[in-house]
Design a protein around this ligand. Structure first.
Ligand code: LRH
Ligand code: MN
Length: 427
């Protein structure tokens, strides 16, 4: 666990500077009639689920570069997530992928998580890989497959994932289907969608009490000609056909270049079908990079739609905030600490938008003043605010610095064995 002395001294050094920065920000907000205490209260409600599959180093087909001290099983992954929650106070839940992180004993894992102060968010099914001993293959799809035996196997797996999730205390499942084709003519574009809906209807019929089902769209990869659930329209058609407890999950990286993702979010909010997010960032494809690292303004504009909707819809508007990233070069814990900080900052900036002024300028078609009102919030340096929230909740002012000062990664390297590259630890 963390070495309290080392991080304490690092903490004090920053504390004084932080207090000055926070004071300056409070004054700046005051000038705009904004009480930062009210912003802090609302920011406190913004928490995020960490994906179990992002605690080990990720890779591409060109290679993977493991680091020392990577978690060897789902229990150690929870311990690493507990460190992230300890430092950020904003990641109280874990999203599991099954079978990648399937626990032998869900009840024991639930108890281990509770001990670490963690719970479980959406579980994720996997019908995009063939497992050892599997009867039939998903090579040509799962829910869309022409062979009923394959569809039955995929539905059975998804029901099993929900059963594991129920034992863990999850209340939702995310279904992402890799199903699609690589060549024109290979797959019937309407029948494949109809078969997919029919399978989802069997899953929806088995949803445990109070659960939600999220459908996740993606334009391509691994299918490179047509993907069955390629875009938000297809995902929405499925959710609306299934029922009230079905909604659409927006993975930020699952949009073709230059797609206006905040517009997609606004459309799904308008019909009450925004189930949640897989936050990450991308420059080209489904790059699964650190959220806010490539397109921070887009992330802010997405948060802006959430804050705007919450103003009208109230606490009932609660899309799931989950991360979905692959850490090929960064220490996974440091990448996730940066991700949480970027997400909290984007949300804090969205909370600073003067919405009455923005409404006024929009209704008056005052383009310049409307854009300036939005940019004013985006350009505000909210780092002291997010740090203050962490500090008040017993977290770290600077989580990455505190993590490095703690020597946690060196300790896990010794405890878990050296599996590869030792990441830099200097501050
Ligand atoms: C597909 C995806 C999906 C997960 C997987 C790990 O690209 O975004 O959400 O199942 O990544
Ligand atoms: Mn995803």
């Amino acid at each position: 666990m963390l070495d309290p002395d080392a991080s304490q001294t690092a903490h004090e050094a920053q504390a004084e500077q932080h207090r000055r920065d926070l004071g300056a920000l409070a004054e700046q907000c005051q000038r705009h009639g904004i009480e930062i205490e009210s912003i802090l209260e609302r920011l406190r409600t913004f928490d995020i689920a960490v994906p179990s599959w992002a605690l080990g180093t990720g890779g591409t087909r060109f290679g993977r570069f493991p680091i020392d001290g990577e978690p060897r099983d789902v229990y150690e992954k929870l311990e690493d997530i507990a460190v992230i929650h300890r430092l950020t106070r904003a990641t109280p839940r874990v999203s599991l992928h099954i079978p990648w992180d399937e626990p032998d004993d869900p009840k024991a894992l639930k108890a281990h998580a509770a001990q670490l102060g963690l719970g479980f968010d959406a579980v994720n099914s996997n019908t995009f890989q063939d497992q050892p001993g599997q009867r039939v293959s998903y090579k040509f799809g799962s829910f869309c497959h022409t062979d009923a035996a394959v569809r039955d196997q995929a539905v059975a797996h998804t029901l099993h994932v929900m059963e594991v999730g129920r034992k863990l205390g999850s209340e939702s499942i995310t279904v992402w289907l890799a199903d699609g084709s690589n060549y024109p003519g290979q797959m019937h574009l309407r029948r494949s969608f109809e078969r997919t809906l029919a399978c989802l209807e069997r899953v929806y019929a088995a949803l445990p009490e109070g659960w939600r089902l999220f459908t996740e769209h993606k334009p391509c990869e691994p299918a490179f000609y047509a993907t069955v659930v390629a875009d938000w329209g297809s995902s929405l058609m499925l959710a609306q056909a299934l029922g009230e407890r079905a909604a659409c999950l927006v993975d930020l990286g699952h949009h073709l270049p230059n797609t206006n993702v905040e517009l997609v979010v606004a459309r799904l909010i308008a019909v009450g079908r925004l189930g949640g997010f897989h936050f990450n960032d991308a420059k080209y494809g489904d790059d699964d990079l650190t959220a806010g690292s490539i397109k921070p303004f887009q992330l802010f504009l997405i948060m802006n739609e959430l804050v705007d909707a919450a103003r009208e819809l109230g606490p009932a508007f609660a899309p799931a905030h989950m991360i979905d990233q692959s850490h090929n070069l960064k220490d996974p814990i440091e990448a996730l600490l940066m991700t949480v900080d970027n997400l909290q900052r984007a949300y804090a900036k969205a909370l600073l938008v003067d919405r009455d002024a923005l409404d006024h300028h929009q209704e008056a078609n005052d383009v310049v003043m409307a854009e300036r009102t939005l940019r004013e919030a985006y350009e505000t340096d909210v780092r002291p605010l997010v740090a203050a929230l962490r500090e008040r909740q017993g977290g770290a002012l600077d989580p990455v610095a505190a993590f490095r000062a703690s020597g946690y990664r060196q300790r896990t390297a010794r405890a878990r064995g050296r599996t590869g590259y030792a990441p830099p630890q200097s501050l």
